[in-house]
Design a protein around this ligand. Structure first.
Ligand SMILES: NC(=O)c1ccc[n+]([C@@H]2O[C@H](COP(=O)([O-])OP(=O)(O)OC[C@H]3O[C@@H](n4cnc5c(N)ncnc54)[C@H](OP(=O)(O)O)[C@@H]3O)[C@@H](O)[C@H]2O)c1
Length: 251
């Protein structure tokens, strides 16, 4: 039997990169998948590509009005959610000397506040035995220059793995984290990173040189780990972080 047969899974930011690859993997494993994307057009395009096992809802997690009404919208589409991949996130790079308040607030609003209150919205729909998977980052554990705010958001987010695991224990909801190293996704584009293309390429080459496997990861390589956490294969695993980084943080 497929590992996510008869399960419904939710993925925020499921239109792109790691989220989209995970939606595909979940569907291959038999799940019905609800993805969110920031715009209705992005929702529609992703759902069309994912096929009949996919549904979608527009959600900007930086907008608390949208977040607060998300649970009701989700319930109309999926009354039960067995797995939630809390994936939507942004990464911006700046030295501390140049960082301004907007750089700080934007990342904390999406990566921490938006993620936290999204979980609050989804919890009423999660039955016993459900699984929440947080997309954190090795940046929570390493000292990468110019990534201070992004890293702080992921470190804050990572703490939820333990606190929520303890808090949700009576409901038998497991919470785990996947911490990717550098993965080739649209995150590394001028629009998303807020840096010129040449600078992003230079950063990418410098980072790749620090990965023992000598390359960026592929989104599918993260998706497989998320599927493990989302499925009953990991039924005895909770409060755990799995680093998936080609050895960057650990060797
Ligand atoms: N790629 C890496 O090297 C890497 C490493 C470690 C951790 N991560 C984490 O992996 C997650 C996915 O990133 P990715 O690499 O797959 O990049 P991506 O392709 O840019 O995916 C990010 C997703 O989050 C969505 N998103 C951004 N801001 C949002 C908001 N305000 N409301 C709702 N959705 C929002 C994006 O929507 P749009 O398409 O509309 O922008 C997109 O769907 C992030 O949390 C990131 O921090 C990535």
């Amino acid at each position: 039997m497929k590992r996510l047969a008869n399960k419904t899974a939710l993925i925020t930011g499921g239109n792109s990169g790691i989220g989209f690859a995970t939606a595909k993997d979940f569907i291959e494993e038999g799940a019905t998948v609800v993805i969110t994307a920031r715009s209705q057009a992005a929702v529609d395009a992703a759902v069309k590509e994912l096929g009949p096992q996919a549904k979608g809802i527009a959600l900007d997690v930086a907008d608390m009005t949208q977040v607060k009404s998300f649970g009701a919208k989700l319930k109309a589409v999926a009354p039960v959610v067995n797995a939630f991949f809390v994936n939507a996130g942004i990464a911006k790079f700046s030295s501390i000397e140049q960082a301004d308040e907007q750089h700080f607030d934007e990342q904390f609003n999406v990566n921490v506040k938006g993620a936290y209150f999204s979980i609050q919205q989804v919890l009423p729909l999660m039955p016993e035995g459900s699984s929440i998977v947080l997309n954190t980052s090795i940046n929570a554990s390493i000292g990468m220059p110019n990534a201070s705010v992004y890293s702080a958001t992921k470190a804050a987010f990572l703490t939820l793995v333990r606190t929520l695991s303890a808090e949700l224990l009576p409901r038998k909801i497991r919470v785990n984290a996947v911490s990717p190293g550098p993965v080739s996704t649209p995150l590394y584009t001028p629009d998303k990173m807020g840096l010129p293309g040449e600078q992003i390429q230079a950063i990418g080459e410098a980072i790749a040189g620090k990965i023992p496997l000598g390359r960026f990861g592929r989104p599918e390589e993260i998706a497989r780990v998320v599927t493990f956490f989302a499925s009953d294969d990991s039924s005895f695993v909770l409060g755990a972080e799995l680093i998936v980084d080609g050895g960057m943080a650990t060797l």
